[in-house]
Design a binder for this molecule. Structure first.
Ligand SMILES: O=C(CO)[C@@H](O)[C@H](O)COP(=O)(O)O
Length: 226
């Protein structure tokens, strides 16, 4: 398996927004690798969150870590340049929300960002067939998008294995990211099924000790993949 290095990407959806800069500083100082930035439009998903201004504010605050923007919006193309300008390093979108998926991927890459597509729990993996060679990462949703704090959908494990097979067969360094219901007690089996990049919101934010929870997650991944 051509697994990439382990990345823990806390979803700021579960952070205290009144203290966002401090929350992000603390979680990065605790050993997290990326900032996962959930953008919801109350149209593609039934919730409304944050936009490029907040991404830019984190950069101005001094955040230098990768910012992994997950667009849960429809349509997607107009927001891509705005997030690239605001400091996003990674931008992913849902294929159902773009009329021209290949074009949206090319747009992300043309702006110097890493491009990902996001598969909902009911989106078939075959959607990757004609775009995998254009992607830097695939994000599998293990909950229905729109809210933090939901339970991991178990059938995602089989889907992870199927996507991992496709990535390995491609021979390319494509990351496999998982998002939704990731906790210290299931991250090991999720890693064993093929994920290397782990989004976790409610499991991290709100915990008394970010360093402890991030370390426990990384240790569980190591134990499951060594
Ligand atoms: O994109 C989403 C939800 O749509 C996720 O990023 C969640 O925010 C993850 O939260 P937890 O399931 O880890 O609490």
């Amino acid at each position: 398996m051509s697994r990439q290095s382990t990345v823990i990407a806390p979803s700021i959806l579960s952070a205290d927004f009144a203290r966002l800069g401090e929350e992000v500083d603390n979680v990065l100082a605790a050993g997290a690798d990326w900032v996962h930035f959930d953008v919801m439009d109350n149209h593609y998903v039934p919730n409304l969150t944050i936009g490029p201004l907040v991404c830019e504010a984190l950069r101005k605050h001094g955040v230098t870590a990768p910012i992994d923007v997950h667009l849960m919006v429809e349509p997607v193309d107009a927001l891509i340049p705005m997030f690239a300008k605001a400091g996003a390093t990674h931008i992913s979108f849902h294929p159902e929300a773009s009329r021209h998926v290949h074009r949206s991927i090319q747009l992300i890459r043309s702006l110097g960002c890493q491009a990902g597509v996001v598969l909902n729990p009911a989106t078939p993996v075959e959607v990757l067939d004609y775009i995998l060679d254009q992607l830097d990462y695939v994000l599998l949703m293990s909950v229905n998008p729109g809210f933090g704090g939901q339970a991991f959908i178990p059938s995602t494990l089989d889907k992870l294995r199927r996507v991992r097979e496709r990535i390995d067969a491609s021979g390319s360094a494509i990351r496999l990211e998982i998002d939704g219901g990731v906790k210290p007690d299931n991250i090991g089996e999720i890693a064993a099924a093929g994920a290397d990049t782990f989004v976790a919101g409610s499991a991290i934010f709100g915990q008394p000790d970010y360093r402890d929870i991030v370390a426990r997650m990384k240790a569980a991944v190591d134990a499951a993949t060594r």
